[in-house]
Design a protein around this ligand. Sequence first.
Ligand code: A2P
Length: 316
Amino acid sequence: MQTLKFANDDRMPILGLGTWKSAPGEVGRAVREAIRIGYRHIDCAAIYGNEAEIGTALEEAVSSGLVRRDELWITSKLWNNAHATEQVGTALQRTLQDLRLDYLDLYLIHWPVACRPDVSFPTRAEHFLSLEEAPLAATWTGMEVCVQKGLARHIGVSNFGVGNLAEISSSAVIRPEMNQIELHPYLQQNDMLTYCRQHGIHLTAYSPLGSFDRPAVLKKAGELNLLGNPTVAGIAKAHGCSPAQVLLRWSIERGTAVIPKSTNPVRLAENFQSLELRLSDREMAELAKLDCHFRYVHGEFWTLKGSPYSLEELWK
Ligand code: A2P
């Protein structure tokens, strides 16, 4: 499989399995089936609430000889309530215990947003910690300690704008190697792509299919339908493939990793097949015209009344 190469020559498979919204009771089966199909990269996070079931599936896959641990690339993410330097390692230990692993290939700060340790999802202004109270540089120091201890091979961030990336990079001993962000033809983030190419930072595209299965609170009336877009449908028809495969291949053609979520065996296989597709320059140019800076994961849940965060600062 095509890979993204890191500075130490480690290689991340460009297509991974997303596990956000994969329900307990389903996610373990999906992970096992994905590995059987050939997926070698699984994207996880503590806040998804399903790492223990994924851990059981990973352990079974390795102990049955289906795959070796060193053939897998496992990513997870630090949740917002453990941003203090000394909390980072504890949070990672918990994730490793749940995933039944000795190390992660990649650990990411999930959001440039902090909340109190006793709060899992902020619902009131007083649940938040501002970036003055919980500076991202201090969180990053905790991430670096995880690398020094051998608990994470690589570290990075998620949902960071260029401003936040530049800020932590300026004081970093180990520079961030990944930013995982929402990316698809409606949200192409070309400035971010350019910045990351210039600074040796890889990108991973989340919500590449538009995350239709997001909880209702994260949806807005009249949202654009990415899978139903006529340009995408036309390119799919020309190749005799599905719109999902076109969307996934668009990410791969741009040199970004992509992590579609599915718990359905047919769609898991379909998504994996996007590795075989090739899009022409003309088709990529047609897809480039679809950019309308539209976010499905808009981040408004961090900017409720009285919160120290604003959307402008978040995505700057
Ligand atoms: P399911 O898990 O039932 O397959 P995203 O990766 O952007 O978060 O999107 C995930 C959503 O897209 C889920 O609802 C998932 O449903 C659906 N999905 C995954 N693969 C495909 C596909 N190949 N075609 C259509 N829908 C898909």
